[in-house]
Design a protein around this ligand. Structure first.
Ligand code: CA
Ligand code: CA
Length: 217
């Protein structure tokens, strides 16, 4: 399990685009204050991320980032924006299909530059696996087959008091619920019964410490 200690997590999507083919599409995940990409799968419910679409080529591009199926409930994509390098006429459009949530992305046809083109914010809403579909090229008709998925696993939050950081306040809440044995859905003893076993015990403490000092945004 990878742990994060940083306020922001950027997912840098790099495109190795040539003039002939859209090739070499890769996804890398960075911590905000690190140059080292990390493998990143598990995030707490409530965590907010920024998905940044970047390019090493200054040419026209369109594509899409979206949630479909069960992932629509698991997370929300919001506040999609074109950045300066996408060019002055770049556009971001909401998906209008009610079963799909996300954005179609279009650079300026002539004015794009190398750099960061778009940013799409992501928040984890529910426990479970979530796939963010990435399309190299806007898909106009079903079936919507992504170029690849960015996969997340949402785990229960350890930020019991909701102040966006796992810290002593949360630990104090865990202690206050220690040995409680009547935890029930959906409250689970103020969230401190992390594994939903019905009891707040050492297993929850271990799960809690895995995310010690992690921030959710
Ligand atoms: Ca907290
Ligand atoms: Ca438990």
């Amino acid at each position: 399990m990878m742990k994060l200690y940083n306020q922001k997590i950027f997912i840098i999507i790099l495109f190795g685009v040539t003039s002939l083919v859209r090739s070499e599409v890769t996804t890398e995940i960075f911590l905000a204050d690190s140059n080292s990409p990390v493998e990143y799968q598990e995030i707490m419910v409530g965590t907010k991320l920024a998905i940044v679409v970047s390019s090493d080529s200054a040419e026209y591009w369109d594509g899409s980032i979206a949630l479909m199926g069960e992932s629509v409930n698991k997370a929300t994509l919001f506040d999609g924006q074109a950045l300066e390098a996408a060019g002055p006429m770049a556009e971001v459009w909401d998906w209008i299909n009610v079963e799909i949530q996300g954005y179609d992305l279009y650079t300026d046809f002539f004015g794009s530059q190398i750099g960061d083109w778009f940013v799409i914010n992501y928040t984890a809403n529910e426990i479970g696996d979530c796939n963010v579909m990435f399309f190299d090229g806007v898909p106009y008709d079903p079936p919507y087959i992504p170029t690849y998925n960015i996969e997340f696993s949402h785990v229960p939050t350890r930020d019991f008091d909701g102040n966006t950081k796992v810290d002593f306040g949360d630990f104090a809440l865990l202690v206050s619920q220690w040995n409680q044995s009547d935890c029930e859905d959906p409250n689970w003893c103020q969230g401190t019964d992390i594994d939903a076993s019905g009891t707040v015990d050492v297993n929850d403490l271990m799960l809690f410490t895995e995310y010690w000092l992690e921030k959710t945004r």
